[in-house]
Design a protein around this ligand. Structure first.
Ligand SMILES: [Zn+2]
Length: 170
């Protein structure tokens, strides 16, 4: 069965980017003993990732690069913001290690959206936080293999996620 919209696909991949010196840096490896399972069209991955899977069959390999525009977009300087130190206090003080540089903290914005913020530095009573996606501005290189392809069940489509192996068990 070929990959098409609403296919459930299990796959392996290696994601790498190039650092500032142009050296490849591996970000993530998903291997066959614990493959990733997605519903094509609902994976939450950049659309370009799914486009590159279309038409592949089980056993096929893939090897492609998404530009930053096809991926998580450019870095937005306005997504780097100063927050008052008080925001991070628990019972009047900052928990040990919470604001170490490069810590990634789950946060909620004014609209109730969940965001991942990376601690850049502390300046007096302000914390500089970067809410850009860690892969913003990066070209992403994916290599991997399609393991299985099947049609999503009506319940999976309703829930928007894969059930069973590699997915949600409920
Ligand atoms: Zn479900």
């Amino acid at each position: 069965m070929q990959i098409a919209p609403n296919s459930v696909v299990s796959l392996t991949y290696k994601l790498s980017i190039h650092d500032e010196e142009g050296q490849p840096e591996t970000i993530e490896i998903v291997e066959a003993d614990e493959p990733m399972a997605i519903i094509v069209g609902m994976s939450g991955l950049p659309e370009g990732f799914e486009t590159n899977q279309m038409g592949l069959n089980p056993g096929d390999s893939f090897d492609f690069t998404l530009t930053s525009e096809e991926g998580y977009g450019p870095r937005d300087p306005e997504a780097v913001v100063e927050l008052p130190l008080d925001v991070f206090k628990v019972e009047g003080k900052i928990p040990d290690g919470l604001l170490d540089p490069d810590n990634v903290l789950p946060m909620t914005n004014e609209d109730g959206h969940r965001l991942q913020g990376r601690v850049v530095e502390i300046q007096d009573e302000l914390v500089l936080m970067d809410f850009n996606h860690p892969l913003a501005d990066k070209n992403m290189h994916f290599e991997g293999q399609v393991l299985t392809v099947r049609a999503a069940t009506p319940t999976e489509l309703e829930h928007g996620h894969v059930h069973g192996e590699g997915g949600v068990h409920h």
